[in-house]
Design a binder for this molecule. Structure first.
Ligand code: PEP
Ligand code: MG
Length: 761
C-alpha cells in the first residue's frame, strides 16, 4: 500500500501541468480502488463553486465545464464539513443533487473525501460504484491518506498555474502576478530577478533564455562527451573488481547517453529557447516520471539511472559556467528555493536590492543577515514557481511579504512612491544620528548594534550606535574552510573592539548548531534546535572554547572594552563551568604580559529554563541579554526556520511578552544590566514595549537603529508604559499587534515606522 501511495504521489509530482496531475490522480485512483468512477472537483476561489476538473468513469467531456454551487450536492457537503461522506446509496441522501450531463445517474455508492491544504478545502476527491454498497474502512482510509498527500502538490500547482511549462505560456509583462510569503526584512525592492541555486542540484535549475543557442548546444554536447569519458574510465577502472552483471550497468548508462533521442530531445528544447541546464532538467524529469510509472521494478530503477546521469551532465555544464561568473544585472533580486548566507557571499552585495527564499521564515539566519544589510526580503514564499522566474521584472515588498512578478506600470509606480518615501525617512533619521536615544520626558535607553560582518563596523558607527550588544562570531567561522586559529580570531576581534573603542563590544562565544552549520564541522541531528547547539558544543570542545576566549581577551589588550556573552544557557552548571574557563583564560593571557582586565561576562536568556532561573543567573554574571528569536521559538515550540509553522511564530505572543516582563521582575535588585538583542528589539513596536518593561538597552541591526531611535524619541516613557499596560492583558498575538498599531497611530509615530503608502497596497 505504501509503495502504491508513493508511486502515485511521485507520478503526480512529476506531471507537466495541473490538468495533467489531476488526470493522473483520477486514472490511478480508479485503478487502485477498482472503482467505476473517480473524479476531482476543485473549489473556484472566486465563486466558491466546485468545478468538475477531471474524471474517469463520468462523461469525460463534462470535465472543466460542469460545476456545483457551494451549497449544492454531496460534493459541497464534503467540502463544507471538511470530512468524508461515505454512502451506500447517494440518491436517497437529502443533499444529493444530480449533475446533469455527467452520466452519474447509474452510480449509487459514493465516497467523497476533502482535499485540504493548510486548513483550506481545495476540493473533493470522489469515487463511485454502480452497486449499492458502502466503501469499506480500508478504502476510505486509503483515499484520505492519498488526498492528504496530494493536497500540497495540488495547492502548489494551483498557485503557480502550471508545474512545468516554458516560455510559450509565460505571463506577459504587466500581468501583475502576486505571491504571498513572510516578511523577512522591511523595505521595497524593484528590479530584475536572478534565480540562484546550489551546484549539481538538477531540481533547482531555473528555465532561462540562452544568449546563444549555438553555444548552449555546443556546451551540452561537450558535457555529454565528458560524461561518456567519465563512465568509460570508471567502468574500466572497476572492471577487475566487479562481475560482468555489474559492469553491464555502465553499459546501460552508455546506451542511454548514446541513444540519440535523449540528446535530440534536449537539443530541441534548447532550440525552443531554454538554456542547456534548463533543457536538461525538463527532459530528465520527463524521463524519470516515465520510468517511475512502470510496474516492472527493474524498469522503475532506470529512473534513478537517468537522474544520476542528469546530475553528471549538469556538473560538467556548471564547471564550464560557474554561477558566480554569471553577469549580474543591476539592481538584482536574488531568488532561491533555499537562500543561504554562503549564497549571498557569492554576489556583489551593492547590486543586490532584494531577496526571496521559498523556504525559511523571518527568523532564519539569512533573514537576520538581510535585515543587518538592509536588503528587503521575503521568506517562505512556498508557492512561488521560482524555476520560471529567472531574469524577469519583480517587486519585493518586505513590509507585507508579497512578491509581484511581471508588475504593471501602475503597481511599479505605487511601489516607487514607497521607495521615495523611504528615502525621505532615511534622511530624517540621519539628522538624529548624533543625538541620544532619549524619550520626550528625558529617559535614556541604550541603543546597541548586532554585528557579525566586518562591514558592520563603519555602518554601525555611522548610524549612532553606542556599542555592540551582540557580535555573532559564527560569521567569521562560517566563511572559512577550517576553524580559525587563535591568532586569526584575535585579529578579527581586534578590528571590532578597536572599531568601537571606547564603546563596549559584546562578543558572543560560538553559537553553531540549529540552522547555523560550519561546512567543515557538520552536525547531523534529527532535531537540531533541541540538540548540540551553542554553549553545549563549545563546552564539549574545550580547545575551541579556550582558543576563542583567549583570542577575545588578547584582542582587548589596552582597550578594555570587551564583554563576553554565552549563548543557549539552559542550566547553572554551564555558567559555572564557562566562568571558570574564562577566569583561567584571563589568568593565562595576563601572565603572557597582555594589558588586559577581566571582561564583564553575561548570559543570553533564550531558553525557557533560563527565564525561570533568571534570579540565580543574575547573581552569577554582570549582564543578561534576551535572545528573543530563540526564546520565542522555544516558548512557542515553533521552529524559527520552518515556513510551514511560520504563521505561529509571534514575538508579540502574550507568553513571550509575559516571559520578558518576568525576567525584569525576577532580576530586580540583583544589580544586573538587562538587554534584548533578538530581532524584536529592532522592531519599533517591540522596542517600545521592551523599553517600557524596564530593560536598560536594546541591541539590533544597524539598519533598524535609526528608525527605533526616531520612534522612541517621539514618545514619553509614560506613554510607552501606558501602551504596555493596554496590551499585557490581551490574549492573542494579533490583538497585541493591532492594538499597538492603533496606539502608535494615535501617538503620531506610525509614519516613522512604515511608509504611509504601504497601507494602500
Ligand atoms: C536570539 O536568539 O534572539 C539571538 C539574538 O541569537 P541568534 O539569532 O543568533 O540565535
Ligand atoms: Mg539565539
Amino acid at each position: 500500500m505504501l509503495s502504491l501511495l508513493r508511486r502515485i504521489t511521485q507520478e503526480v509530482t512529476g506531471a507537466q501541468s495541473l490538468q495533467a496531475a489531476l488526470d493522473i490522480i483520477v486514472r490511478r485512483v480508479r485503478r487502485a480502488m477498482r472503482s467505476e468512477v473517480c473524479s476531482i472537483y476543485l473549489v473556484d476561489p472566486n465563486s466558491q463553486d466546485y468545478i468538475l476538473m477531471a474524471t474517469r468513469g463520468l462523461n469525460a467531456d463534462a470535465a472543466g465545464k460542469l460545476s456545483l454551487k457551494a451549497d449544492e450536492g454531496l460534493v459541497s457537503l464534503v467540502g463544507r464539513r471538511a470530512e468524508p461522506v461515505n454512502l451506500e446509496d447517494a440518491h436517497t441522501h437529502p443533499s444529493f443533487h444530480y449533475l446533469s450531463g455527467t452520466g452519474e445517474e447509474r452510480y449509487k455508492s459514493f465516497l467523497g473525501v476533502p482535499i485540504i491544504h493548510h486548513r483550506q478545502v481545495l476540493g473533493v476527491l470522489v469515487v463511485q460504484h454502480e452497486d449499492r454498497r458502502r466503501f469499506d474502512e480500508g478504502e476510505e482510509a486509503f483515499l484520505i491518506t492519498l488526498s492528504a498527500q496530494l493536497a500540497g502538490v495540488i495547492a502548489h500547482a494551483e498557485a503557480t498555474g502550471a508545474m512545468e511549462s516554458l516560455t510559450p505560456d509565460a505571463p506577459s509583462p504587466g500581468a501583475d502576478l502576486r505571491y504571498k510569503g513572510i516578511p523577512g526584512s522591511a523595505g521595497v525592492a524593484i528590479g530584475k530577478s536572478q534565480v540562484v541555486f546550489p551546484p549539481a542540484d538538477l531540481d533547482a535549475i531555473p528555465d532561462r533564455v540562452p544568449q546563444s543557442v549555438d553555444d548552449e548546444v555546443d556546451n551540452f554536447y561537450q558535457a555529454l562527451d565528458a560524461v561518456r569519458k567519465d563512465i568509460r574510465k570508471v567502468s574500466s577502472r572497476l572492471s577487475k573488481h566487479i562481475s560482468n552483471d555489474e559492469k553491464a550497468l555502465f553499459d546501460v548508462y552508455l546506451k542511454i547517453l548514446d541513444d540519440n533521442s535523449l540528446a535530440a530531445e534536449i537539443v530541441n528544447r534548447i532550440k525552443d529557447g531554454n538554456w542547456a541546464p534548463g533543457a536538461l532538467r525538463q527532459v530528465v524529469k520527463l524521463h524519470i516520471s516515465f520510468f517511475e510509472k512502470m510496474d516492472d521494478p527493474y524498469l522503475r530503477e532506470r529512473a534513478s539511472d537517468i537522474r544520476d546521469l542528469g546530475r553528471r551532465i549538469l556538473a560538467h555544464l556548471q564547471e564550464k559556467n560557474p554561477a558566480a561568473s554569471e553577469e549580474i544585472v543591476d539592481p538584482v533580486i536574488l531568488v532561491s528555493e533555499e537562500l543561504t548566507a554562503s549564497m549571498l557571499g557569492e554576489f556583489p552585495l551593492d547590486k543586490v536590492k532584494g531577496l526571496v527564499s521559498v523556504m525559511g521564515s523571518s527568523s532564519s539566519h539569512v533573514a537576520i543577515l538581510a535585515r543587518a544589510m538592509g536588503i528587503p526580503t521575503v521568506m517562505g514564499a512556498v508557492d512561488l514557481p521560482y524555476a520560471k522566474l529567472d531574469k524577469i521584472d519583480m517587486i519585493v515588498d518586505g513590509y507585507s511579504g508579497q512578491i509581484y512578478t511581471h508588475p504593471s506600470e501602475a503597481i511599479t509606480e505605487s511601489y516607487q512612491q514607497i521607495v521615495d518615501e523611504e528615502r525621505e525617512l532615511e534622511s530624517e533619521y540621519e539628522a538624529l544620528k548624533d543625538l541620544p536615544c532619549e524619550t520626550l520626558d528625558g529617559q535614556r535607553i541604550g541603543l546597541y548594534v548586532n554585528t557579525g560582518l566586518l562591514a558592520d563596523i563603519n555602518r554601525s558607527l555611522d548610524r549612532g550606535a553606542e556599542g555592540v550588544g551582540l557580535y555573532r562570531t559564527e560569521v567569521p567561522f562560517m566563511i572559512r574552510d577550517r576553524f580559525p586559529t587563535e591568532a586569526d580570531q584575535e585579529q578579527i576581534y581586534r578590528q571590532q573592539l578597536e572599531g568601537f573603542a571606547p564603546a563596549p563590544v559584546t562578543i558572543r562565544t560560538l553559537d553553531i548548531g540549529g540552522d547555523k552549520a560550519l561546512p567543515y564541522f557538520p552536525i547531523k541531528e534529527e532535531n537540531p534546535f533541541l540538540g548540540w547547539r551553542g554553549i553545549r558544543v563549545t563546552l564539549d570542545h574545550l580547545e575551541i572554547f579556550m582558543a576563542q576566549i583567549r583570542a577575545m581577551i588578547k584582542a582587548s589588550s589596552g582597550l578594555h572594552n570587551l564583554k563576553i556573552m554565552l549563548p543557549m544557557i539552559s542550566n547553572i552548571a554551564e555558567v559555572e563551568e564557562a566562568l571558570a574557563l574564562i577566569r583561567r583564560a584571563y589568568a593565562e593571557v595576563k601572565e603572557e604580559g597582555y594589558d588586559v582586565i577581566m571582561p564583564k561576562v553575561g548570559v543570553m536568556i533564550e531558553v525557557p529554563s533560563a527565564v525561570y532561573q533568571a534570579k540565580e543567573l543574575a547573581g552569577m554574571v554582570d549582564f543578561m541579554s534576551v535572545g528573543s528569536n530563540d526564546l520565542t521559538q522555544y516558548l512557542l515550540a515553533v521552529d524559527r526556520n520552518n515556513s510551514r509553522v511560520a504563521g505561529l511564530y509571534h514575538n508579540f505572543h502574550p507568553a513571550v511578552l509575559r516571559a520578558l516582563a518576568d525576567i525584569v521582575e525576577r532580576t530586580r535588585g540583583e544589580g544586573v544590566k538587562l538587554s534584548v538583542c533578538g530581532e524584536m528589539a529592532g522592531d519599533p513596536i517591540g522596542a517600545i514595549l521592551i523599553m517600557a518593561m524596564g530593560y536598560d538597552t536594546l541591541s539590533m541591526s544597524s539598519t533598524s537603529l535609526p528608525k527605533v531611535k526616531a520612534v522612541l524619541r517621539k514618545l514619553t516613557m509614560q506613554q510607552a508604559q501606558d501602551m504596555l499596560a493596554q496590551v499585557m492583558p490581551l490574549a492573542h498575538s494579533d490583538a497585541v499587534k493591532q492594538t499597538m498599531m492603533k496606539l502608535v497611530r494615535e501617538a503620531g509615530v506610525e509614519r516613522l515606522i512604515r511608509p504611509s503608502k504601504t497601507a494602500d497596497l
